[in-house]
Design a protein around this ligand. Structure first.
Ligand code: FAD
Length: 382
């Protein structure tokens, strides 16, 4: 067992961290304040190969495994959570279903644009009546000749208003429940498909989120991803990637909170002393560091298991996501506390980090759903 990153991984981390610090972090405050989609940053992430990591070169990909993706992802989430979320939904949540289950034609048509950052992808499961209960979805697709006709609606979809391509989950045989869901590719501009307006959100304001609507939306037969009625099984595999991605989102935010807090307590004085001399501040900083380091190890373990195709990776993805997201929210709250009143003021980074942190407990399945999954997966062991 080796807990060290390799020399190559360390070098990649260092140069990517430098890029994030120079090119992405300076735009984060504006991206959040004005709720502007960071299209240029996503193009840059495509250009440097981040979006394509782990995808074959023939589709515009580059070398990489879930561990190095987590290592670099932390740097990106630390620099700008909005950019991280939109980039991950595009290349990861849209790209991975195609890579894992798509046809050669689908990979060639959609992956190069998305992995270069020129095109934007999205992934749509959640519906207005509920996101946790995936089997409660109403969107359906019916075969009519050589086309699939999709009807229904989705909500809270990352990149919803700006994406070019969407992976959409729909019932193809509702009576069969989990054996009756399929995944489809829907392109922007398809007749009967409309993108909603961006919601005004608490956090990750630069990552646009919206409704999607399908009214007799006809997509060609060839837009079905993988086998018909295998969507639920496919989702389980995709969501492991997504949950590790969401854990990394929380890790980056937590690490940013720790760094902001350490530099603030060394400058700010109260009662004639630097904040760094107060014991309660030590406790907060020590707890931050402890939860971040434990969370990071859990994430690397889950990422390693995913890379090994270990069946337990679903369990560890949920554990890592649950642990890191809940601690990141607490860490962000403590960082605001350390900053006192200024922590509550726009323009202070911890104020944004605090708002951004909450999504970690909701996206890719809420904390309650992660606890349910963990319990179900370990039931047999007791
Ligand atoms: C910024 C943002 C981006 C998002 N991006 C995407 C995206 O790209 N694609 C996508 O498909 N979705 C996306 N979502 C949706 C997200 O995945 C859902 O919000 C989430 O899964 C919860 O679903 P819900 O909001 O419908 O809550 P509900 O399912 O209505 O749940 C409400 C509450 O009830 C609890 N609850 C529900 N069922 C149970 C249960 N069985 N046991 C215990 N408690 C339960 C939940 O934990 C939650 O606290 C995004 C959401 C946000 C906020």
């Amino acid at each position: 067992m080796d807990f060290e990153l390799t020399e190559d991984q360390k070098k990649q981390k260092e140069s990517f961290a430098e890029l994030c610090l120079k090119e992405i972090a300076p735009k984060a405050e504006f991206t959040d304040r004005e709720a502007v989609f960071p299209k240029e940053s996503i193009r840059l992430l495509g250009k440097v190969g981040f979006l394509g990591m782990g995808f074959p070169e023939e589709y515009g990909g580059s070398k990489g495994d879930p561990i190095i993706k987590s290592v670099l992802g932390e740097e990106l989430a630390k620099a700008c959570a909005s950019t991280y979320l939109s980039a991950g939904a595009s290349s990861g949540l849209f790209g991975i279903p195609l890579l894992r289950f798509g046809t050669e034609e689908q990979k060639k048509r959609y992956l190069p644009g998305v992995l270069s950052g020129e095109k934007i992808g999205a992934f749509a499961i959640t519906e207005p009546q509920g996101g946790s209960d995936v089997l409660g979805m109403k969107t359906n697709a019916q075969k009519r000749g050589s086309t699939w006709v999709i009807n229904g609606s989705k909500t809270l979809i990352t990149n919803g208003p700006v994406a070019d391509y969407y992976v959409v989950a729909a019932y193809t045989d509702k009576g069969k429940k989990s054996d009756g869901i399929s995944l489809f590719i829907v392109e922007k501009g398809t007749k009967g498909f409309s993108q909603g307006k961006s919601f005004d959100k608490l956090g990750v304001r630069g990552s646009p989120t919206s409704d999607l609507s399908f009214e007799d939306c006809e997509v060609p037969e060839k837009n079905l991803i993988g086998e018909i009625n295998k969507g639920f099984v496919q989702l389980a595999q995709i969501l492991s990637h997504g949950r590790i991605g969401m854990a990394v989102y929380s890790l980056g935010i937590a690490q940013a909170c720790l760094e902001e807090s350490i530099s603030y307590v060394q400058e700010r004085t109260a009662f004639g002393k630097k904040l760094a001399y107060f014991q309660d501040v030590h406790f907060k900083i020590a707890d931050m560091k402890m939860y971040i380091d434990v969370g990071r190890e859990l994430i690397y373990k889950a990422a390693w298991m995913l890379d090994q195709n270990d069946t337990q990776s679903i369990l560890f993805a949920s554990i890592a996501k649950l642990f890191m997201s809940e601690h990141a929210t607490k860490i962000a709250s403590d960082a605001v506390q350390i900053f006192g009143g200024y922590g509550f003021i726009k323009g202070y980074k911890v104020e944004r980090l605090y708002r951004d942190s909450k999504l970690g407990e909701i996206g890719e399945g809420t904390s309650e759903i992660q606890r349910t999954i963990i319990t179900k997966l370990i039931e047999d062991q007791y």
